[in-house]
Design a protein around this ligand. Structure first.
Ligand code: C2E
Ligand code: CA
Ligand code: CA
Length: 247
């Protein structure tokens, strides 16, 4: 099922959106994290089914929340590059979205990992542009986790860049990470993209990010991924409540 991890506006602790993360639940209630099965699904070609299932789950949940009068939020869904490269992907995504006409297309964005950049840039760029014609938004996940190629920005239209947790974990002690984060935030601003830091685990990282100009954060400092019921209770029923740990 889909779990939701909040994305927070770190300036005031308010909710800025969420990322949907898959969880398998065993009969005894044990949660199985995706690390154990994503790779197998990518290898056996069934990752596309999972990604589309997650998109459907998220749209269903957003529609449910809307009918209960909850405030609208934006949710990102992880899409494997195998799914993105499937020639039927766009049609399948649009078909799923058409079942939920009450949820505007731009409420969903698709997160693709930086390694998807290994695909020929022009191929990736033309696929993404085709999706964008239908209002689908894209986030570049895990930026900074590998040997990052800044040229990916100039070739491909992303709405948001997600700074990888490996960059954040070195904040605030590592001066190089600080400079890198600051530069990436500035590039994002120049290109009209927003920037989200992943893996924010403590207030020092939060402060260093804000100092570098990065406003949005996601991580255990704020919240672990939550079941829809818990997410609703903690973030949607009391949207005015600020979510800041008191450490
Ligand atoms: P990701 O997209 O980079 O997701 C962020 C991962 O970091 C999640 O792990 C999340 O639980 C974890 N995380 C969040 N905050 C913190 C923090 O403060 N510190 C640390 N150390 N970790 C944090 P999770 O849920 O186990 O997911 C692992 C990966 O599985 C995801 O990485 C994503 O690549 C993949 N994945 C998850 N759901 C889907 C899906 O529906 N489709 C596809 N294709 N991949 C998925
Ligand atoms: Ca992600
Ligand atoms: Ca990530």
């Amino acid at each position: 099922m889909a779990y939701f991890q909040p994305k927070i506006d770190m300036r005031d602790g308010s909710l800025a959106g969420a990322e949907a993360l898959v969880r398998e639940i065993e009969e005894d209630g044990t949660l199985i994290p995706p690390a154990t099965f994503i790779e197998a699904l990518e290898n056996n070609g069934r990752i596309r089914e999972l990604d589309l299932y997650m998109l459907e789950q998220v749209l269903w949940q957003l529609s449910e929340w809307k009918s209960q009068g909850m405030p609208p939020i934006r949710v990102s869904v992880n899409i494997s590059r195998h799914t993105l490269l499937d020639p039927n992907a766009l049609a399948s995504i649009l078909a799923i979205q058409s079942y939920y006409p009450d949820i505007p297309t731009d409420r969903i964005s698709l997160e693709i990992t930086e390694t998807a950049g290994d695909i020929e840039k022009t191929t990736l760029s033309s696929i993404i542009d085709r999706f964008r014609e239908f209002g689908i938004r894209f986030e570049l996940d895990d930026f900074g986790s590998h040997y990052s190629n800044i040229s990916i920005f100039s070739n491909i239209n992303f709405d948001t860049i997600k700074l990888d947790k490996s960059l954040i974990s070195e904040l605030p002690d590592n001066e190089i990470s600080q400079i890198l984060v600051k530069d990436i935030v500035n590039i994002c601003r120049d290109f009209g993209m927003s920037c989200v830091a992943e893996g924010v685990e403590n207030s020092w990282q939060k402060e260093a990010l804000l100092k570098a100009g990065c406003i949005y954060g996601q991580g255990y400092y704020y919240s672990r991924p939550l079941s829809p019921a818990k997410f609703e209770e903690q973030y949607l029923r009391e949207p005015q409540k600020k979510h800041e740990k008191g450490d």
